[in-house]
Design a protein around this ligand. Structure first.
Ligand code: FAD
Length: 106
């Protein structure tokens, strides 16, 4: 299997990209899909210690699927919790869309 770091980088790219393309006003079915996906993801993520901690995080801080902004911010905070655990710098969550959707302005 891929190493934990390569897997992590690829997975965050997928998850933040899902946030970036999630509707601003999702239907009930879309909200249900995302909630189900995140729950399933947290059980199938193939780094078992990572998955265990992430499930525990999601039990305390329930996934927010009400809009793109809600989910994007929730995911950014969840990613920051992992950053803190690993001794990495926190990301400024006011910039998540600039990083993952619209692109940095140079
Ligand atoms: P990554 O953390 O992979 O981030 C990739 C890019 O995302 C960064 O370069 C930055 O541009 C951007 N970014 C950074 N923070 C944020 C944020 N908060 N919001 C939006 N964008 C951001 N590794 C372990 O060793 N132990 C674990 O327990 C563990 N748990 C994980 C749980 C999950 C659900 C996932 C997806 C990954 C986990 N990882 C874990 C992997 C770890 O988070 C990193 O992916 C890995 O260490 C590589 O880090 P990186 O420095 O390349 O940047």
């Amino acid at each position: 299997p891929a190493d934990v770091e390569t897997l992590g980088r690829s997975t965050w790219t997928l998850l933040h990209s899902i946030a970036a393309t999630y509707p601003k006003t999702p239907s009930a079915a879309q909200q249900s899909d995302l909630r189900t996906f995140m729950g399933t993801f947290s059980r199938l993520y193939p780094c078992w210690v990572c998955a265990e901690d992430f499930q525990r995080y999601m039990e305390k801080d329930h996934v927010q699927v009400g809009s793109r902004d809600e989910f994007g911010k929730w995911l950014c905070e969840a990613h920051n919790a992992v950053n803190v655990k690993l001794g990495k710098e926190k990301f400024d969550c006011s910039k998540w869309e600039e990083r993952w959707r619209t692109g940095w302005k140079d």
